[in-house]
Design a protein around this ligand. Structure first.
Ligand code: DX5
Ligand code: ZN
Length: 221
């Protein structure tokens, strides 16, 4: 099944309950929460308190993307707040195997992300332990950026690696996804699509969610 994960980063935070209802009505599968600390990335967003509030709004799985320094310090707090999936960045974590194990031991699914300038080869020793690999298709920090085309070959490379090693981690792509490019991203092997602006900046949030979902679901055999 192809997964649509709207990123609330682009939503109207003054009316988050309504915004989340709109994507739920559109068949969203997960809610993607971008956690930024002003250090790993230039922007600052929100922490576990807001994740806990979102957890009270929706029953959808919470997909927590940690763009922060020293994520180990906060993983337990995010899981207590309701995180179902925690993704950390390969570029930040010194002992990735330990961090991935910690996330799983605490009862969540573990994701590992790479920035646009990081090659897929950096993941070769961690893929068998991860539940999900997130390929960033923009430089993390802000919504509304353009999809970096080189990401497509990285998705293919990761899919080949998954096949070669006979693994079943999910492939997620995040950044610049909209109705014009989601099908080609899907064809390369993406399972979980993060979309912020193309959903929440639409005049019809529910309709935009349905449209993205239909574009990838129609490709499934
Ligand atoms: C960027 C974030 C993304 C962002 C995507 O650092 O990780 O999740 O919200 O936003 P769009 O879909 O607008 O590129
Ligand atoms: Zn994200």
């Amino acid at each position: 099944m192809k997964i649509i994960a709207p990123s609330v980063l682009a939503s109207d935070f003054s009316n988050l309950t309504q915004q989340i209802r709109y994507v739920e009505m559109g068949g969203a599968d997960w809610i993607h929460c971008d956690i930024m600390d002003g250090k790993f990335v230039p922007n600052i967003t929100f922490g576990p308190i807001v994740v806990e509030a979102i957890n009270g709004i929706t029953n959808l799985p919470l997909d927590i993307h940690l763009m922060i320094e020293e994520p180990d310090r906060y993983i337990e707090n995010f899981i207590k707040a309701g995180a179902d999936i925690i993704t950390v960045h390969q570029e930040e974590v010194k002992h990735l195997h330990r961090t991935v194990s910690m996330i799983k031991d605490l009862g969540a699914k573990a994701g590992v992300s790479i920035n646009p300038a990081t090659p897929v080869s950096m993941l070769s020793e961690i893929v068998e332990y991860a539940d999900m690999i997130l390929i960033m298709s923009v430089n993390p920090g802000f919504g509304g950026q353009s999809f970096i085309e080189n990401s497509l070959s990285k998705i293919s490379e990761l899919k080949s690696l998954r096949e070669k090693k006979k693994l079943d981690f999910k492939i997620q792509v995040d950044g610049g996804i909209d109705k014009t490019n989601i099908q080609k991203i899907s064809e390369r092997g993406c399972d979980a699509f993060v979309a912020g602006s193309s959903i929440f900046h639409s005049d019809n949030i529910t309709g935009a969610t349905i449209e993205l979902k239909n574009l990838v679901t129609s490709l499934e055999v």
